[in-house]
Write a protein that binds this ligand. Structure first.
Ligand code: AMP
Ligand code: GLY
Length: 425
């Protein structure tokens, strides 16, 4: 079988790697891919956000399964174009993808389906938004409705902050059209967790959980990023907790979408907060997490392709819940110095080819040139290590990340440290 994956990040390299290990797969294509996806498949020079060109390529090549890697593909309607051409696609149509692209849609769906989430209001009027924030003494999150490159969430601790955040969105237009409508919700405290479910639009199978590290620097300092590392399984996410999320969060969301005539086929990612009052849902995403996928796929046991295909075909009945290696995986992202703000690219990359047997390197911002492998983005590679215990996995991941060499390479050193400390306690 021929499979196409859309995107060019570490997540897509991990997907291509996992798919290429399937005995039923003859060839893997990645559009547009990166310097690493070429090692497990064939890069195709089409943007991940061009539905018509991608569908034409799939028809020409006889692609039998498309996997949407990025939210950009979902939002551009790549799923719609594939299904219109009869090509099985793992990843939702644009309408169902609103669960990620519109925070107002997503919160309303949660409320309608009784999914645990913070109390909220949806506003276009700044006075009403302020009155709502005052009910929580300004301890709120102010969220631009639309996609704002991960920058559209403003955390506030008092009425002054809340007033400023609301004004930035509704009066100053800081997020453009994405922020003309806002969600204001109560601030929650607790530990965050990423939970993934595979769904055919009716049934949901749990697909492991991971903890993601979003801040640029150790000890969760510095600006928010796309993700600096992850590990799986997280210390506080046992099977019972994951099944609880499937039953109380993922399945009701899929059913509520179906009730609206939006059948969701693909992976549904719930960003959760574990609070003293139980689990709360912060957001949904319509794709795997990056770098969570890099920490999860090496733990996956079995053949990924029949599972993705069954979901794409709307028929998960008869598929067993996926099995995972109990050993932990630690994923450390090596970035270009300066990321997530300004950084330079085009530097030669060394130290990614000869790695120990328990280490895998997934590429993101890399490109092959005549001179060799060079940096081409902010997040350059994700180094993943598995071991019997989290201390061993951390040690291997950090050693290998330290050997990835290019000008101004940077990585966090505290990914999964909490799990190592919990094991010693
Ligand atoms: P979102 O895009 O909605 O997941 O928000 C991005 C980040 O903002 C989350 O990963 C949390 O760290 C934080 N956040 C969002 N909503 C809340 C909330 N209600 N309380 C506390 N933190 C939040
Ligand atoms: N790691 C967070 C995300 O993929 O959205």
């Amino acid at each position: 079988m021929k499979v196409l994956i859309t995107g060019s990040g570490g997540r897509e390299h991990a997907l291509a790697w996992a798919v290429s290990r399937s005995p039923v797969v003859e060839r893997v294509y990645v559009a547009p891919g990166n310097g690493g996806t070429e090692e497990v498949g064939t890069n195709v020079a089409i943007s991940s956000e061009q539905p018509e060109a991608l569908a034409a390529f799939c028809l020409e090549e006889g692609i039998e399964l498309v996997v949407l890697g990025t939210d950009g593909s979902v939002a551009a309607g790549v799923g719609d174009a594939m299904r219109a051409n009869g090509i099985p696609c793992f990843g939702p149509n644009r309408a169902a993808g609103q669960i990620e692209t519109s925070k107002a849609f997503s919160k309303q769906l949660m409320a309608d389906a009784g999914i645990p989430t913070a109390p909220f209001g949806v506003f276009t009027d700044h006075r009403q938004a302020r009155a709502f924030a005052d009910r929580f003494e300004g301890r709120v999150a102010v969220k631009a409705d639309g996609l704002a490159l991960g920058k559209g969430v403003l955390i506030c601790h008092n009425p002054q902050d809340a007033g400023k955040a609301i004004d930035r969105c509704l009066r100053e237009g800081a997020f453009g059209d994405a922020g003309r409508t806002i969600v204001v919700e109560q601030l929650l405290t607790g530990r965050e967790l990423s939970v993934f479910g595979i769904t055919d639009g009716v049934r949901v199978l749990p697909f492991a959980a991971a903890r993601d590290y979003k801040r640029a620097l150790d000890a969760d300092e510095g600006p928010n990023t796309g993700g600096m590392g992850a590990y799986s399984p997280p210390i506080d996410a046992d099977d019972a907790l994951i099944w609880e999320a499937v039953e109380r969060v993922l399945t009701p969301a899929v059913r509520a979408l179906a009730d609206r005539g939006m059948r969701y086929r693909g992976v549904l990612y719930a960003g959760m907060m574990l609070t003293d009052e139980g689990m709360m849902t912060l957001e949904f995403n319509a794709r795997f997490g990056d770098p969570e996928a890099q920490a999860i796929f090496p733990r996956f046991r079995g053949d990924l392709v029949p599972l993705l295909l069954a979901a794409a075909n709307g028929d998960l009945l008869g598929q067993l819940p996926p099995a995972f290696d109990p050993r932990p995986a630690v994923a450390v992202v090596v970035t270009s110095g300066g990321y997530p703000e300004r950084y330079a690219t085009g530097f030669l990359v060394d130290g990614v080819d000869d790695v120990p047997e328990n280490v895998i390197i997934f590429h993101a911002g890399t490109r092959r040139e005549a001179t060799g492998l060079v940096t081409a983005g902010g997040r350059v590679v994700t180094v993943v290590a598995m071991d019997e215990d989290v201390a061993g996995a951390r040690r291997s991941a950090l050693e290998a990340a330290g050997r990835v060499a290019f000008s101004r390479a940077f990585h966090r050193t505290d990914i999964a440290k909490e799990a190592e400390e919990a094991a010693h306690a």
